[in-house]
Design a protein. Structure first.
Length: 340
């Protein structure tokens, strides 16, 4: 990646203690930023992140000064705190969110406060502080959403895109990147299966036909940085080279790989859960352009007089229609990703 993107820039990462936020923080420190602000409402997570990035017998203050990083505790639900952390910032990567479907279903008001109101607070703070670039980390669950998590993230997407066109905004560009599940991330299905194997429990799934998109953390960060590099405001970037497979096939692959004798138990589909995921709506599919590993939806407002794209371009945008990995290829993917 071109080092000039972050050269002498002040960068803010929200949700910096999550799987994607911490990976972005670690990678971005390799570039010559003016300052990196890692923000989270998880105090213990901030402490663990600072320990992970230090790994030396030096005080936190010395390490912060040396590496130009600031560990900030703050909640995006707090509008005042958002304004404070956005001061003198050039680039914002907004990764903070409630992301677990069952938790959001049981706590819908909290999901709204974080995913919708929190995003609105960050957008307003970015405009007020004249931040140059704002990239919102979204999810495939916003497409035809059936869950509270997907609906709140979709509402957040709308807030982000509309911010490019409001009169008060004279300096800031707002864009979005969408992708599927990060394989091996905290709270995801692979660590759950590995923990069940470790504890000699049955492997549990919700439905045999469920398919999902999966991507490695390193590739995700690479495409986030690429999106920041080429964004001009108003785009939805979609990572288009993700793997897709059945969760049931993942469970079977792990059983064979570890010669595991316990059963696979089907518990039933959860509220808000879909059998498959999509990366774009039918209307969005008509207006995307290709850029290496990214599909780019330029402007969702331009839906009139559109011609459908060729079917071969659309095939990989549905986790059920995409070419599914078999058990052998799933294990190969996990080994290559150094997850087993």
């Amino acid at each position: 990646m071109n080092n000039k993107l972050f050269l002498n820039k002040s960068v803010l990462i929200t949700g910096a203690t999550g799987s994607i936020g911490s990976a972005i923080t670690q990678q971005i420190l390799k570039y010559k930023c003016k300052v990196v602000r890692a923000v989270s409402n998880d105090e213990n997570g901030i402490y663990k992140l600072s320990e992970k990035l230090t790994r030396r017998n030096v005080t936190l203050n010395i390490n912060m000064k040396k590496n130009n990083i600031r560990y900030l505790v703050g909640d995006i639900r707090d509008a005042k705190r958002c304004e404070e952390i956005c001061k003198n910032i050039d680039i914002i990567i907004h990764a903070a969110a409630m992301k677990h479907v069952p938790i959001c279903e049981y706590n819908p008001d909290e999901a709204i406060k974080t995913n919708v109101i929190g995003t609105r607070n960050m957008v307003k703070a970015a405009i007020k502080n004249k931040v140059k670039k704002f990239l919102f980390i979204s999810t495939d669950k916003v497409v035809n959403p059936t869950s509270c998590m997907g609906k709140t993230k979709l509402e957040a997407e709308k807030i982000v895109l509309k911010s490019n066109y409001i009169k008060k905004n004279k300096h800031s560009l707002f864009s979005i990147i969408r992708f599927g599940n990060i394989i091996g991330s905290r709270g995801s299905v692979l660590p759950k299966f590995l923990e069940q194997i470790k504890l000699e429990e049955n492997l549990t799934i919700t439905h045999k036909k469920i398919t999902r998109f999966f991507i490695t953390i390193n590739l995700t960060v690479t495409e986030i940085f690429e999106s920041l590099k080429i964004m001009s405001g108003g785009e939805i970037f979609i990572i288009n080279n993700m793997m897709s497979f059945r969760i049931y096939d993942l469970a079977k692959a792990l059983k064979e790989y570890f010669k595991y004798k316990k059963k696979i138990i089907v518990n039933g589909i959860r509220e808000g859960e879909k059998l498959y995921e999509e990366l774009a709506t039918k209307k969005e599919m008509m207006i995307f352009n290709n850029n290496k590993n990214l599909l780019i939806i330029k402007d969702r407002r331009k839906f009139k007089n559109l011609k459908p794209k060729k079917k071969e371009y659309l095939h990989n945008l549905n986790s059920n229609n995409a070419k599914l990995l078999n058990k052998y290829l799933i294990i190969k993917f996990l080994k290559k990703s150094k997850l087993i």
